[in-house]
Design a protein around this ligand. Sequence first.
Ligand SMILES: [Ca+2]
Length: 273
Amino acid sequence: MKARLFVTATAAAAATLLLAAPAMAETCASSTPSQAAFPHTPQEQLVPKVVAIQVTVDGACQLTVQDTVTDRPSGLIDGDSLAWYLNTDGNPSTGSPLFAGADFVVMLLGSYPDRPMLIPYASGEFDVEAGTPVARTGFGFTVNINQLNATPGAFTMVGVSQWRGIRSYTDFIPPVTSVQASSVSFPVAFTPTATPAPATDNPTAAPNVEKPACRPPRLIGKSLRAARRAITRAGCQLGTITRPSSRRGRLVVVKQRSSGDRVSITLGVKRHR
Ligand SMILES: [Ca+2]
């Protein structure tokens, strides 16, 4: 898959650098609306190109990122791709060292133009297998902040576009000035919600606590992708993912634990007899 080629190209270099432990995610129930725009002059005067990125945070924890693209009136074609590398935990030392501490990348491929994928950074690479589809918005996407292990404050972002044309080229937003990509920054403000209080017998005692509809499904033996799907379907949130040090073989869930509506999982290598 092209996505794997593209995102693993950086993995070898990234893996040599030490990574700090991921920050604790905080839950967003409502966010402060904000907008940011990043106009861009491509490094090469070729068409098509991205001439701006718009970022919008609404009041309901939805983040929308959209490129303004010229000369692709019918959308992306096979061989084009747009990517947005997001540092969502406020920590440049977690995530991809080559993409300014990006903890996630969202990729929109010309070969799958209606299906942007949200891909987490884990164990030294962007883990395509753990990718989940998110909603497309024009040449961009909309995602819930709670899918991003977000810490309130500012996100940083590196935009990348690849174009298939007479001469194919890759363009970075902001322009690359060194071996590592630089990034733009925009506010993602929300007040983290406290852990829901324990349920009481009197349902009127805690009117502000929304009872999670989550009923944790059984995940043992499932692949990460299947587990992720089951967790979403059950109205739960995926918590921490613990991975084995060796990634040889097929990874399946070997342990799960729930806390509130979050289900954390431990992956292990599936043994064949
Ligand atoms: Ca980070």
